[in-house]
Ligand binder design. Structure first.
Ligand code: B1M
Length: 208
């Protein structure tokens, strides 16, 4: 796992893929590989970036290695996906924010639990969330943000949903590193999920 973490930090995508396949053959689970190597690797990359030891191109190559690794793990994380939908969930990263690794993990965990996830992608303005609610009629909407400056966009999405008269139809969940429970309460969201599993548990509790 330690070696895999190093490979992702270095942005060595070819060896990352090989290492993941070896770890899977050795009997490690996709969850363990994710939680013990890939996510800690991204934390390390963030630390190096903050200390000015890594620059944007380094972030990009490391996240490409992470994404290639996720391509292998995603089907395994979504394995056993229920065929009967527990309900529709619209998900997106807010306007101005291009981070999508955490959001993709939320998508995999919720799909595996049996929710039908409509992933809008990244850099999604409030009106697109509103359009998607009108089109898909989900019971909940999830917003992800990784930047302190884009976190404020979450409030604009909550406002737009209210203004469209849709607030009573959907639960609103927030997530992403800078977001807190207090912030979620302050802007009138229903739940702050610190990780995909807490989001899943909350949604399961909503449907009863
Ligand atoms: Co950026 N970046 N980045 N980055 N990046 C961070 C977030 C940063 C903390 C790095 C740092 O300084 N230490 C910093 C933000 C500081 C701040 O505002 N607080 C930062 C910055 C500054 C930037 C740029 C502004 C850099 C620049 O251009 N000067 C720029 C912004 C671009 C933009 O978005 N407009 C930028 C760009 C990028 C890349 C494109 C190069 C790349 C993203 C690639 C991609 O996503 N495809 C990138 C990366 C990789 C990172 C770090 C290193 C890793 C992020 C990540 O994927 N983590 C990150 C440092 C860090 O986080 N330690 C950093 C792994 C992922 C699994 O975790 O996304 O937190 P996370 O998701 C978690 C939970 O938060 C939760 O579940 C996940 C699993 O536990 N979760 C939810 C997330 N969403 C949820 C939704 C839910 C529930 C749970 O319900 C709806």
């Amino acid at each position: 796992m330690e070696k895999l973490k190093e490979l992702v930090v270095e942005g060595n995508n070819k060896d990352t893929v090989e290492r993941i396949n070896t770890l899977l053959e050795e009997g490690n689970s996709a969850e363990d590989i994710l939680n013990k190597a890939l996510i800690p690797a991204m934390d390390k990359v963030g630390e190096l970036f903050q200390k000015d030891e890594y620059y944007i191109p380094d972030l990009l190559v490391a996240s490409r290695a992470m994404e290639e690794g996720m391509e292998i793990l995603k089907p395994l994380l979504e394995k056993g996906e229920n065929t009967k939908s527990l309900g529709k969930f619209v998900l997106g990263t807010v306007k101005g924010d291009l981070h999508d690794i955490g959001k993709t993990l939320v998508e995999s965990v919720l799909k595996c639990a049996g929710f039908e996830v409509i992933d809008l992608g990244t850099d999604i303005p409030p009106e697109k969330f509103v359009e998607a609610i009108k089109e898909h009629n989900p019971f909940a909407v999830g917003l992800s943000a990784l930047l302190t400056i884009t976190m404020v966009e979450m409030e604009n999405v909550v406002k737009a949903i209210k203004e469209a008269g849709l607030r009573d139809k959907v639960r609103i969940l927030l997530g992403g590193a800078p977001v807190t429970k207090e912030f979620a309460e302050e802007i009138g969201a229903d739940f702050y999920g610190e990780d995909p599993h807490s989001a899943k548990n909350y949604l399961l509790s909503v449907i009863g």
